[in-house]
Design a protein around this ligand. Structure first.
Ligand code: UN1
Length: 510
């Protein structure tokens, strides 16, 4: 749809949404940081930023809050997260719309992101009564050994533009039930949704009661320098950072230097294998969503596809048709499936990768800019690139909708190629052959943190641990036992006998 035919006043709409969500207008007007919507490219707000001293003061306040919050029983802490989930349910439509405006997501994906927040809140509420430690058999008579999980401290959260609210909630919901306070540095490209989340949490805190200390949740608005204050601050024992591998390479060593914990969720260069027995109709739909959904701007986006030579000519022409016919356009005024890229650098990076792919022998379908009448908005047709081999840009993550397709004949070689990239986040196999499926999931199969069968690489549920290996950073967020990263473990040995036997048979009689 041509934006010019249906003008939207996104600045006013954004202000109205933020007001409805409880954000004070002083937080998004008159400041020096401009915020743009990728939908039209226009500036929709000006945010005041935090200085380094402001950031330090917020971290100090969060540390003071932690000291009180850790004394509140975990199930009671869970009540705060339950209320947060209720507030998110009540404000789902507004927050989802704001995500669509600020990140350019189509409505169902904007709402889906808020649903992901609600889901993790539900998970964390249950978890607040299940922060279990083990009891352990001791070798000494009259002794008991167990482990206790204690709150850790201030949890720093650094998030990316592409999941501007869900990634915060994965971390914040776990941290809050774990007894931690949170300090969030959102992407400079999506600060408004962060203000909205903070306001929603504030509503939950107001309902919760006085045993939640002031300062429990903080948001830092600003650029990289503010992120650095968070990463280097001695009162922040854990930083959970989502973003590029380049960012992780800087954050990881700085945290290691002061022995702080890192949960890193960095780039992905996710692959899929389509085997001879695959249900091709199902594979087609899964590939389309995985590769084109969210305009290719998920860390879990499908970027490399290995198709067996016996089904290549059945699947790839159908895929190309889907690429040619997919609707691209303004996600707020049309029912397009593919919205905008976040900005011009993203568009330039995509075009550069496509040029490199052509130079390496690739044959490109799609990839051209789609005109919408808004000069500062970057809409593109997703690109499918048939490659003779896995070379050049195929080995890199380009944060745009490019799917590289390669033909394979030998299954072992396909697995080896699948694993022959630096990132290790998500992966899929499409097969009805149990041996192939199980091999893909086995120790010598996919080397990723997420390995799926007959579903795509993206769109994980919150119940599983989310993250990946190698240059993806090794961190795990969200479900399963990811909560353990947000707590400290104490091993306790209690002697209820009248003797003092030493372990390992050591004697030390004085
Ligand atoms: C991300 O892109 O950083 O699995 C997170 C998915 C979503 C989360 C993506 N649940 O695609």
């Amino acid at each position: 749809m041509n934006i010019a035919t249906k003008p939207l006043d996104l600045k006013s709409e954004t202000a109205a949404l933020l007001a409805a969500l409880g954000v004070d207008s002083a937080a998004f007007t008159g400041g020096d940081m401009a915020s743009r919507t990728p939908v039209t490219g226009e500036v929709i707000a000006h945010l005041p930023t935090d200085s380094a001293d402001d950031a330090k003061a917020k971290i100090d306040a969060a540390d003071a809050a932690f000291r009180a919050w850790r004394q509140v029983p975990a199930p009671r802490r869970g009540e705060l997260v339950r209320l947060l989930g209720e507030e998110l349910r009540a404000h789902k439509a507004d927050l989802g719309r704001l995500v669509s405006i600020e990140a350019g997501k189509i409505p169902s994906e904007g709402l889906g992101e808020v649903q992901e927040m609600i889901d993790i809140c539900d998970f964390a509420v249950g978890l607040s009564r299940q922060l279990y430690g083990l009891t352990i058999a001791t070798e000494r008579p009259g002794h008991r050994m167990m482990e206790s999980w204690h709150p850790l401290g201030v949890v720093g959260i650094i998030s990316a533009f592409n999941f501007p609210v869900a990634v915060w909630s994965w971390n914040a919901a776990l941290a809050l039930v774990a007894g931690d306070s949170v300090v969030w540095k959102p992407s400079e490209k999506t600060p408004l949704t962060a203000l909205a989340c903070q306001a929603i949490l504030k509503r939950a805190l107001a309902r919760f009661g006085s045993d939640a200390p002031d300062g429990l949740s903080q948001v830092l608005i600003g650029g990289r320098d503010i992120g650095e204050v968070l990463v280097d601050h001695p009162k922040v024992p854990l930083v959970s950072a989502t973003g590029s591998t380049r960012m992780g390479r800087e954050v990881g060593p700085r945290l290691a230097k002061r022995f702080a914990r890192a949960v890193l969720e960095l780039g992905g260069n996710n692959g899929g294998i389509v085997c001879p027995s695959a249900d091709l109709d199902m594979a087609l739909r899964a590939i389309a969503f995985g590769a084109m959904g969210t305009a290719g701007q998920r860390c879990t986006t499908l970027r490399r596809l290995f198709v067996h030579e016996s089904v290549y000519d059945q699947l790839v022409p159908r895929l190309k048709k889907a690429y040619e016919s997919v609707s691209v356009g303004n996600p707020l005024t049309s029912s397009s499936l593919v919205g905008p890229l976040i900005d011009k650098p993203a568009y330039d990076a995509m075009q550069k990768a496509l040029e490199e792919a052509k130079a390496a022998g690739g044959s490109v379908t799609g990839g051209a800019r789609v005109e919408t009448g808004a000069t500062d908005a970057y809409y593109v047709k997703p690109a499918l690139v048939e490659m003779p081999a896995q070379t050049g840009p195929v080995l890199e993550e380009t944060f745009a909708p490019i799917l590289y397709v390669m033909k394979y004949s030998d299954f072992d070689a396909a697995i080896a190629d699948h694993n022959a990239v630096a990132a290790g986040l998500s992966s899929s196999i499409f097969t009805l052959n149990m041996q192939e499926a199980e091999r893909f999931l086995a120790a010598d199969g996919s080397d990723c943190g997420i390995a799926n069968v007959n579903i795509g690489t993206s769109g994980a549920e919150i119940g599983g641990a989310f993250g990946g290996e190698k240059e993806t950073g090794g961190g795990r967020e969200s479900g399963s036992d990811a909560w353990k990263a947000y707590m400290r473990r104490a091993t306790n040995t209690i002697n209820y006998s009248k003797a003092l036997p030493l372990a390992q048979g050591v004697s030390f009689d004085i």
